[in-house]
Design a protein around this ligand. Structure first.
Ligand SMILES: [Zn+2]
Length: 369
């Protein structure tokens, strides 16, 4: 696709009748085959998707993709990943179980830009060359009883100014087509895009396709940054240097070719204590599972309450026994043991609460499995 051909409402180009749908909760927009009934939002699972009410032509981009990375996770891998995700949570919410997660599994495609750009640039930089300095250090040692010389190798970098001219085409420069992509990629890991194949209508029939919310004009800034990094590294290689700094260039881009690429993923969800859906995302190529793994505070409270009540009953009965010691002296032993058991049970009521609190403590990022 040339960047100058602006997307019209070319929904026909998808190869089948399609509809654009939106989630009112998370504002994610998808393309689905027209005959499909509208499912829950496969991103947040908060509400059912709705037919887009406004003009489709007002959307940033609605043309079909050119390429897609195929789904490559086996059934066994999917099941294994989900089981591992659900395992190891103390007192998980009742709904957080492999069977429920598996039953709600939904395939989706996420968009990404892929640019081939011709670059013509003048550049200048400082190129660093590693070298080694050998010196001798004298050390006095009591154990040896005298001075000892030691050879010390020290790495240094020699910097030299370099300049040049660059003209070449860079292929497969990636740029986010979604605002959420960077955060997502940091957790999710990347894709092997060399597996991409041309778009086929069966792809949109198989899974909802997330529409880009960043058009090429916006995504270009990211692509240009990546280009600069690649060009800088090549200039360093050309100068046979080990490092490069102060890289400056004046680039021109005689030709840019944009491709919209689809990346495969699965989503599913479980309901937390408040019956809110917690989305879980699965990488469609590696099977990596990400999502919040939370223990159920409600279940912990219920167990704590039962233990607490039992402790109270034992405590009251033991106290009554002790009051009746005058009538039946053997009750002293029974009452004493009862008090002790009641106390231990009362304290153990705190355990489930502490375990859940410790597991749910905010971590730097959601748990990954
Ligand atoms: Zn949503």
């Amino acid at each position: 696709m040339s960047e100058h051909v602006l997307p019209q409402t070319e929904l026909e180009a998808w190869g089948t009748d399609v509809q654009v749908v939106v989630c009112e909760t998370c504002d994610w927009r998808f393309v689905l085959p027209a005959e499909t009934s509208l499912p829950r939002c496969p991103h947040c699972f908060g509400t059912e998707l709705e037919l887009l009410s406004g003009e489709v032509s007002e959307l940033p981009y609605v043309a079909p993709p050119e390429q897609a990375v195929p789904f490559a996770v086996s059934e066994a891998q999917l099941t294994g990943g989900i089981e591992t995700f659900a395992k190891g949570i103390p007192l998980p919410p009742k709904d957080l179980n492999p069977a429920a997660l598996r039953a709600r599994l939904q395939a989706i495609y996420l968009p990404r830009w892929w640019v081939d750009a011709e670059v013509a640039a003048l550049w200048q930089a400082e190129v660093g060359f590693d070298y080694e300095v050998v010196s001798h250090q004298e050390r006095y040692s009591d154990t040896v009883g005298g001075w000892q010389a030691r050879k010390v190798h020290e790495g240094r970098v020699r910097w030299e100014p370099r300049a040049g001219r660059l003209r070449r085409t860079y292929e497969n420069v990636m740029a986010p087509a979604l605002e959420a992509e960077k955060a997502l990629r940091a957790q999710f890991g990347d894709y092997d895009v060399t597996r991409a194949r041309p778009y086929h209508v069966d792809m949109v029939r198989r899974a909802p396709v997330r529409l880009p919310d960043r058009v090429p004009a916006v995504a270009w800034a990211d692509a240009e940054m990546a280009l600069r990094r690649r060009a800088g590294d090549e200039c360093r290689q050309a100068a046979k240097g080990d490092h490069i700094r102060e890289y400056r260039w004046q680039p021109a881009y005689p030709k840019r070719n944009w491709t919209l690429l689809l990346l495969p993923a699965y989503t599913t969800y479980y309901l937390d204590d408040e019956q809110r859906p917690q989305p879980v995302l699965i990488h469609g190529q590696t099977g990596r599972v990400i999502g919040m793994r939370k223990a159920s505070l409600k279940r912990a409270q219920r167990i704590a309450l039962i233990l607490g009540l039992m402790a109270l009953i034992i405590f009251v009965l033991s106290s009554i026994s002790l009051l009746a010691v005058a009538v039946a002296p053997p009750l002293l032993v029974l009452g004493g043991i009862g008090l002790l058991v009641g106390m231990v049970l009362g304290l153990s009521a705190l355990a489930p609460l502490i375990v859940v609190w410790r597991f749910n403590r905010p971590r730097r990022r959601p748990q990954e499995r």
